[in-house]
Design a protein around this ligand. Structure first.
Ligand SMILES: [Zn+2]
Length: 254
């Protein structure tokens, strides 16, 4: 059984999307209601899915990007109530900002048995930075989290979906061992001494049955997500920097 990772963001009541994580039409799409999130966790358990930790050979990894305040107030408790572990990828430059976790919340998540990782220092689009700045994003966020936790931090998630081999190589060079992308593949790929993982993105419109299908490796679900993702990537590549503006415009309309 391959390893599969699900990528979540914040979990907030629909009327309170600005209370956790990044704001705006784009980020808001990835915020689930507590009711829906609980439904996902219960359905995964009912389906007999094994929830794993980075480094385990198989199972399903639950990952949460950005370090929004709901990581500590809502997601952590929902996982703990079911005896599950999550991976929280924190933007260290946002620590303590309104709508984001602070140092105490990060320690509390770690103490509750969750994995804490980096999501870069500034949440920049790394493909647009010179490689020395990419290295700085990885090294700085690692140092901040290690100082805060008093232990090695060796997992990360690449921010905003933009990834190239050199971004992953820079992360491996900084000492990270588990590198999570937002690309939909299931077999971890070696990058130096690290492993790069694909992830399946979950948003508020993802049906619970589809989440279970992804987690259990149902071929149609996995194929559907992969083909949609590669189509979007081709569109991005064709449109170049225009893609972001077009996407922002489309999201603003909906
Ligand atoms: Zn992010």
């Amino acid at each position: 059984v391959p390893l599969r990772a699900l990528a979540y963001h914040d979990v907030v009541e629909p009327g309170q999307r600005a209370s956790s994580g990044f704001s705006g039409a784009g980020p808001d799409r990835y915020k689930l209601s507590p009711h829906r999130f609980g439904e996902h966790l219960d359905a995964l358990r009912a389906a007999g899915v094994t929830i794993a930790r980075a480094g385990d050979p198989d199972g399903v990894l639950l990952t949460f990007d950005d370090g929004g305040a709901s990581a500590a107030t809502t997601i952590g408790p929902a996982l703990a109530a079911r005896g599950l572990a999550g991976h929280f990828f924190v933007v260290t430059g946002c620590l303590g900002d309104p709508a984001f976790v602070d140092a105490g919340a990060v320690r509390a998540l770690r103490d509750a048995g969750h994995v804490i990782g980096s999501h870069s220092h500034t949440h920049a689009i790394l493909t647009r930075l010179p490689i020395e700045d990419v290295r700085d994003e990885w090294a700085r966020s690692k140092a901040v989290l290690e100082e805060l936790l008093g232990e090695t931090v060796d997992t990360l998630a690449v921010p905003r979906g933009y990834v190239t081999p050199r971004i992953l190589e820079a992360a491996a060079g900084c000492g990270y061992r588990h590198l999570f992308t937002s690309e939909p593949w299931t077999v971890p790929r070696p990058v130096g001494r690290a492993l790069a993982y694909g992830r399946y993105s979950v948003n508020e419109t993802t049906p619970t049955a589809h989440v279970v299908a992804l987690a259990t490796g149902a071929r149609r679900a996995v194929w559907r997500d992969a083909s949609l993702w590669y189509a979007r990537k081709a569109a991005k590549r064709a449109a170049g920097p225009l893609y972001d503006r077009v996407r922002a415009t489309l999201l603003a309309r909906t």
